[in-house]
Every structure is written in C-alpha cells, then in structure tokens.
Design a protein around this ligand. Structure first.
Ligand code: HEM
Length: 184
C-alpha cells in the first residue's frame, strides 16, 4: 500500500520537474508530503531486514528479495535520503548554498542516480502491486494473512500521510525563496 502511494506521488513529483519553474510550489509541497510515506517505507523494509536476519520464522519462510533487488535496496535507500535531504536543504537555505555547485547540484545528480535504480526496482515490483492490493482489500491472502496486522498497516500509512501533510503545510512557504530564481 505504501509502495503504491509512493508510486503515484513520486510520478507526479517527477512530472513537476519538467515544469519546475511553474510547478515549484507543488514540487516542494508534494516532496515534503511524501517524506511521511518514504520514512514509513524505509522503516518497513528495515523491519523486514532485521526480522529476517534475526531468524524470525515467517520472514525466513518468505525468504529475502531476489539477489539484484537485494543488492540495489540499500543503494536506493541511500539515494532517496540524498534526494530528499538535498531537497530539504534547498528549501531551508534558498538558492546558492551548500557544497561546491550548491545543494541544487547534489539534488540533480542524486536524482539522476536515484532514477536509474528506481526504474529497475519499480519494473521488478510493479506487476505484484495489483495482486497484493487486491489481497489486502479482501482481508489478506495467504502471505498477507500470515503477516497479519492489516489494521496496523493501514493506520501507519494514514498516520504517515498526515505527518507528511503537516510538514508540507508548515514548509510550503519556503518555496518562495526560489520564486525569483529563474533561468526558465
Ligand atoms: C523534500 C522534498 C523536496 C524539496 C523541498 C525539493 C525542492 C527543490 C527545489 C527548491 C528545487 C530548485 C528549483 C529551481 O531550480 O528553481 C528542486 C529542483 C529539483 N528537484 Fe526537488 N525537492 C524535493 C524532492 C524531490 C524529489 C523527491 C525529486 C525526484 C524524485 C526531486 C527532483 C528534483 C530535480 C531533478 C530538480 C532540478 C530541476 C531542474 O533544475 O531542472 N526533488 N527541488
């Protein structure tokens, strides 16, 4: 469910990049809003990682992700932190700050690397999304039934979106710092 929310949210976020001059406020608002689900997704994947390596029986039975996806997982986590972290720095500092080249350079370069790995990740996982969402809606298929906690999952997702919404509402005015920054 969190993956599906991120898929739609990040697709819109990527669209705003194409019209960043006009859609900057939406870019900043949505980016800040997605912080909630992104943290939840990172938390859930790290939870699975810990349960698997500490030998929890259901997680062992399910097994780890396929090798390639297992290798790129930590890279995606790191690059996502770079894209969102530099985005936050851009909003907080305004134009012209940060390491040589500025935070905008960090944001752009980490985005390009992130996009490369996220395409592999999405292509591998997106075919499973309809089946998993349908199983969740039915009250859990064999795998989800095994993991249980459907109410908890939904509550966590809603809480993450509400937390993101609060952050977005409190910070969207920071986009104003970039309004006169125009090479568009
Ligand atoms: C907390 C979240 C985020 C904030 C606050 C944020 C903020 C910003 C700001 C202020 C700019 C500069 C706009 C300008 O040049 O006038 C920018 C550019 C950019 N952002 Fe973000 N961003 C966030 C998340 C993201 C995410 C999640 C992505 C990609 C998935 C992304 C991709 C980009 C790219 C590629 C540019 C460069 C666009 C260009 O110069 O052509 N940002 N962002």
């Amino acid at each position: 469910m969190t993956g599906a929310v991120l898929l739609i949210g990040l697709a819109i976020e990527c669209y705003t990049i194409l019209r960043i001059g006009r859609l900057l406020t939406l870019h900043v608002f949505l980016g800040m809003l997605l912080l909630g689900p992104v943290v939840l997704k990172a938390g859930s994947v790290l939870y699975r990682f810990v349960r698997y390596y500490t030998g929890s029986a259901p997680y062992r039975r399910k097994g780890p992700p396929a090798l390639l996806l297992r290798v790129i997982g930590p890279i995606i986590l790191l690059l996502t932190a770079c894209v969102f972290g530099s985005g936050i720095m851009l909003a907080v500092t305004g134009p012209g700050y940060g390491p040589p080249g500025g935070w905008l350079e960090v944001h752009r370069i980490s985005f390009i690397a992130w996009a490369f790995f996220i395409v592999i990740h999405v292509l591998a996982y997106v075919p499973r999304v309809p089946r998993l969402l349908a199983a969740e809606a039915r009250g859990g298929g064999s795998l989800l039934g095994l993991l249980g906690g459907r109410g908890t999952r939904l509550a966590l997702l809603i809480a993450s979106l509400l937390a993101g919404l609060v952050i977005a509402l409190l910070t969207v005015h920071l986009a104003g710092k970039w309004e006169s920054f125009g090479n568009y």
